[in-house]
Write a protein that binds this ligand. Structure first.
Ligand SMILES: [Zn+2]
Length: 288
């Protein structure tokens, strides 16, 4: 009895000691040294921001006011972020160039006229560059019918040229006429659709904008923004074949740029909705 009592007490003291030791180790670097750390992705952290229309007053989730855009650009400038183009990213992945210490990509989708009238002066003021991804049909047809109204017009080809000639804007493709969510989800493949048939439709559509942009501005886009962020793997060979070296989606996640240029396909973006303050939005979008 005596021996049992003491051996039981010994075991409980031992267990208590082990628990105390584990608690102590959890609070020290010893655990960090012996436990494998969660692996940080390789590559340079690149946040990508997605804007659409810059209007006053703000009329929806895809609009920001000029004041909000200015606050955002000022915040990025104050925090040491420098905007980059897709060609800078491509050069880096091919070992030809460097990226700034804190790179960021600023993008505008749909090709609104206010990207020229409202956003460009602010990009100039804060020494930033951006990608403006246009929908070919909107620029070719819709904009020409009703140009230069800040709240709803699309960029005409003359406006697109002005943006490109500013040296601050890279023109991207947002399809020629597949910016729709009715027949198919954006420009993605339909369920059960023959991949070759789909790729022919996609190639025909994208080529229309590539050819028209080349004719109008002298260059064809090399960056592509998937409408609504709907992607499919069958689209990738077509995009590569047409010369796109970088594609943008709408998943809200950080990107890491490596020396492998395949990392530029499917860059994630944070939608800049007007619901958050500049500080709250960037707390989310600039988190590694
Ligand atoms: Zn769009």
């Amino acid at each position: 009895m005596y021996r049992c009592y003491h051996s039981g007490k010994f075991v409980s003291f031992l267990l208590a000691d082990i628990v105390i030791l584990v608690i102590f180790l959890l609070g020290t670097n010893v655990v960090k040294a012996i436990m494998p750390e969660e692996k940080k992705p390789d590559g340079i952290f690149l946040p990508v921001i997605m804007y659409h229309s810059v209007t006053s007053p703000v009329v929806g989730d895809y609009h920001v006011s000029p004041e909000m855009l200015e606050n955002d650009l000022q915040y990025l400038k104050n925090h040491g972020y420098q905007s980059v183009t897709s060609s800078q990213l491509l050069d880096y992945t091919q070992g030809k160039g460097k990226l700034p210490e804190h790179p960021i990509m600023i993008t505008f989708d749909d090709g609104f006229y206010n990207n020229l009238s409202q956003a460009l002066p602010l990009l100039e003021k804060y020494d930033m560059c951006a990608v403006v991804s246009i929908v070919g049909y909107y620029t070719d047809v819709t904009a020409e019918r009703d140009p230069h109204v800040d709240t709803y017009s699309y960029l005409t080809w003359d406006d697109v040229k002005q943006l490109q000639n500013s040296g601050r804007v890279e023109i991207g493709s947002h399809t020629y006429n597949m910016h729709s969510n009715s027949e198919r989800a954006g420009c993605s493949i339909l369920y059960g659709e023959n991949p070759e048939h789909y790729q022919m439709i996609l190639r025909d559509d994208l080529s229309l904008l590539q050819d028209q942009a080349k004719k109008q501005t002298g260059t064809a886009p090399t960056i592509f923004a998937y409408p609504y962020g709907f992607t499919c793997r069958e689209s990738v060979p077509v995009l590569k074949e047409l010369g796109f070296t970088c594609t943008l989606i709408c998943l809200e996640k950080p990107n890491y740029i490596t020396r492998n240029s395949d990392c530029l396909y499917g860059l994630c973006r944070y939608n800049r909705s007007p619901d958050l303050s500049t500080e709250d939005f960037f707390k989310k979008a600039l988190a590694e």
